[in-house]
Write a protein that binds this ligand. Structure first.
Ligand code: AMP
Length: 152
C-alpha cells in the first residue's frame, strides 16, 4: 500500500525535479542572433539560457527579444541577426533557483515564469525547473492518492 502525503511532495527539492543541464538547449556568449533564432525555431522553445564556455549562466534569450530588436522604425533590419550578439539582447534580470531550494520556492517563481534556471553557488548552470515538471509530479501524486482511496 502506498503512503503519500503533502509533506512528501513538499519535501522534494529543485534537484529532484529539474531537467539536467545536459538536456537543456542553450546558446553561448558570442553567438549571433541568427544562431539563437535557429536554435529557438528548431527546438520550438520560447526562450533558452545563455551560457559562457565555463557553463556560467548569464541570462535568457527568447524569440520576443530577438524580434523586438530587429524591428526598425521603417523596416525589419534582418542584417542585425548576423551582426548582433546574444549578450547585447539577452535578459539578465532573471529569477534563479539553487539545487537545494524547496519545491515551494520553485512554485512561487513558476507562477509568472514558464521555467526557471537552476545554478550552483558559483553561478554555474545546472538545469531548468519547468511548470511541466511540477504538473507531472502532481499528477503522479494525485493518481497514487486516488489508488490509495479505492483500495481502502
Ligand atoms: P514546458 O514546461 O516543458 O512547456 O517548458 C516551458 C519552457 O521551458 C519552454 O518553452 C522552453 O523555453 C523551456 N524549456 C523546456 N525544456 C527545455 C529544454 N530541454 N531546453 C531548453 N529550454 C527548455
Amino acid at each position: 500500500m502506498f503512503s503519500i502525503d503533502a509533506n512528501e511532495l513538499m519535501g522534494l527539492t529543485i534537484r529532484d525535479l529539474m531537467i539536467p543541464g545536459d538536456k537543456v538547449a542553450h546558446v553561448q556568449i558570442g553567438n549571433n542572433l541568427e544562431h539563437a533564432l535557429l536554435v529557438l525555431t528548431k527546438t520550438g522553445y520560447t526562450a533558452i539560457p545563455v551560457l559562457d564556455p565555463t557553463f556560467k549562466l548569464h541570462g535568457l534569450i527568447g524569440m520576443n527579444l530577438i524580434m523586438d530588436n530587429i524591428f526598425g522604425l521603417e523596416r525589419i533590419e534582418f542584417e542585425k541577426l548576423e551582426n548582433m550578439k546574444v549578450e547585447e539582447v539577452m535578459n539578465t534580470e532573471i529569477p534563479r533557483l539553487f539545487l537545494n531550494d524547496s519545491l515551494e520556492k520553485g512554485l512561487d517563481l513558476v507562477v509568472n515564469n514558464p521555467f526557471i534556471c537552476v545554478q550552483n553557488e558559483e553561478k554555474i548552470f545546472e538545469g531548468i525547473f519547468t511548470r511541466r515538471a511540477i504538473l507531472k509530479q502532481l499528477k503522479k501524486h494525485i493518481h497514487l492518492l486516488n489508488n490509495n482511496q479505492h483500495n481502502k
